[in-house]
Ligand binder design. Structure first.
Ligand SMILES: [Zn+2]
Length: 184
């Protein structure tokens, strides 16, 4: 697998007016990492609402982050509602292959964290919407000749080869900040 950095483009120019959201995203991640889950969730949720209003394809990702923070804060009902909201955006836009992949990963993560009640609710939600998580292709391979950057150009997080989030054939998503990253 060949990888190389993206050309030096200042963050936020490439993907439009993200600037106002970025300090809040940094704050949300910091709050989460410091165990202040309730506050982290509120910030992630505000980011998600903003992204949704802007019709950004990665808005769902921030609802899932908010849900994880709510879950860590012990508020299971709010967590499930936020997960359904995030997945609901993908359902609304009929993004089936992402739903299968994101749904399967979400349920696995919940089971790994011993949140079986939440996992069951999400399984039920997906089944009601005819999403078959068992057909998910978890190991989306990096196509031949594609160069994936080693770091997110927006937040600098390392992009791992395994579990890369593909938004489409030409775009991956940073799993830390949700920035879509075009690849060549
Ligand atoms: Zn990033």
């Amino acid at each position: 697998m060949r990888r190389r950095g993206l050309p030096r483009t200042p963050p936020f120019r490439r993907f439009g007016p993200l600037r106002p959201i970025h300090p809040r995203l940094r704050l949300a991640n910091q709050l989460f990492n410091n165990g202040r889950y309730q506050e982290a969730s509120e910030n992630f949720e505000q980011i998600a609402s903003f992204m949704e209003a802007e019709h950004r394809p990665n808005a769902y990702h921030f609802y899932l982050f908010a849900a994880r923070a709510r879950s860590m804060a012990g508020d299971d009902d709010a967590s499930v509602a936020l997960m359904e909201k995030g997945l609901g955006l993908l359902i609304r836009d009929n993004r089936r292959s992402e739903l299968e992949r994101v749904g399967a990963r979400l349920i696995q993560e919940l089971i790994d964290r011993n949140r079986n009640a939440e996992a069951d609710k999400i399984k039920e939600f997906l089944a009601q919407n005819s999403i078959d998580i068992h057909s998910a292709n978890q190991e989306a391979p990096i196509p031949e000749g594609v160069n994936v950057p080693t770091h997110c150009p927006s937040c600098g997080a390392v992009i791992y080869g395994v579990g890369i989030e593909w938004l489409n054939k030409k775009t991956i998503m940073c799993s830390y900040c949700g920035t879509p990253i075009k690849i060549d």
